[in-house]
Ligand binder design. Structure first.
Ligand SMILES: O=C(O)CCC(=O)C(=O)O
Ligand SMILES: [Fe+2]
Length: 322
């Protein structure tokens, strides 16, 4: 099949002739020749050009793709852990109840909290959606932050080659605005004002692919790292260490389905090699306009609950950390 039509207009010979020559954005995107892995790995300028020059086409292709998908899983509030969801819903209505949200997070090291974020029994929806994205044959750009993660994808519109499917984007915005930002503000009082800009990517580790990540910090004010493994997808190894240089301590986190770690970007962390199975995570960042992150004493130390449960007015900028 060369063209994809989804118009309800009555047949018209002249129009049909035109349409049979017309190559839809989805088809055009699928016809593109991808940059080679080696060019991608050495971050060749031609690779950057490829993603930039085709960015509009990709957005159109994802929109078209979504309209012709008949069995795409719905991504909505049911993905979130029910206890978290109820507490968050209540806090948006009555911000004074926000402590019920804070109480769901356990501090494992200064600046590092752990909690249940997604409902493991619902995660197959998100995973099936991401699989459909991978099968769409529209070029998607893997993240190359500390290392290239070949099976990952860029999630935020600021990044070239991101998952531009409108339904996915609506879910991503809901996650960032309704969940991540107020949770980050609750746990890290001084990030308020350094949380206007969003960024995100997914990653996947397996023994035969990308296996580990060296010790590093993130350029974010706050990062939330959420595990997307299903209940029947065990893995071994792949522990994530967080390091506190002042205390001379480190803490090892072992991800479980739906579990999240939310941490200040400046806490060093590293992922051990995975020894069996697969680990799939979603890594999301918040930072301020012009990539500002809080340093030392906060500018906004007198923020109250009503201010935390708001969405900032500032426009998303176009800068992409990677
Ligand atoms: O392996 C992980 O879950 C950590 C990922 C991470 O820190 C990163 O991608 O910056
Ligand atoms: Fe990181």
């Amino acid at each position: 099949m060369h063209t994809i039509e989804h118009t309800d207009t009555a047949p018209n010979t002249a129009l049909n002739t035109e349409q049979s020559d017309h190559v839809s954005p989805l088809q055009q995107a699928r016809n593109l020749k991808l940059p080679s892995k080696s060019d991608m790995l050495r971050r060749a300028p031609s690779v950057e050009n490829f993603w930039h020059q085709n960015s509009q086409l990709f957005e159109q292709a994802w929109t078209e793709w979504e309209t012709i998908q008949t069995e795409l899983p719905v991504l909505d509030d049911s993905l979130f852990d029910p206890t978290l969801r109820d507490a968050v819903t209540q806090a948006w209505k009555t911000p004074e109840t926000e402590m019920a949200v804070k109480d769901l997070w356990q501090e494992i090291l200064p600046g590092v909290y752990q909690g249940q974020f997604f409902d493991p029994t619902q995660l197959s929806q998100l995973r099936r959606y991401l699989q459909a994205v991978a099968d769409a044959n529209i070029p998607i750009r893997p993240p190359y932050g500390i290392a290239l993660n070949r099976n990952g994808a860029m999630l935020d519109a600021r990044s070239t080659g991101y998952i531009a499917a409108p339904h996915f984007q609506a879910f991503y915005h809901e996650l960032m605005n309704r969940y991540m930002r107020p949770i980050a503000r609750l746990l890290f009082a001084d990030v308020y004002g350094y949380d206007t800009q969003t960024f995100g990517f997914s990653i996947q580790y397996q023994p035969t692919g990308d296996t580990s990540l060296q010790l590093h910090t993130d350029a974010s004010a706050v990062t939330i790292n959420i595990n997307l493994n299903l209940i029947d997808e065990p893995f071994t190894g792949s522990e994530v260490d967080f390091v506190d240089r002042h205390l001379g301590q480190s803490k090892q986190a072992i991800f479980e389905p739906g579990m999240a770690i939310i941490h200040r970007g400046n806490v060093p962390h590293a992922a051990h090699p995975i020894t069996s199975g697969t680990r799939t995570n979603m890594v999301l960042w918040l930072y301020g306009d012009n990539m500002q992150v809080p340093r030392g004493v906060g500018l906004h130390s007198d923020i109250d609950a009503n201010q935390r449960w708001t969405v900032p007015h500032s426009q998303p900028d176009r800068f992409a950390p990677f």
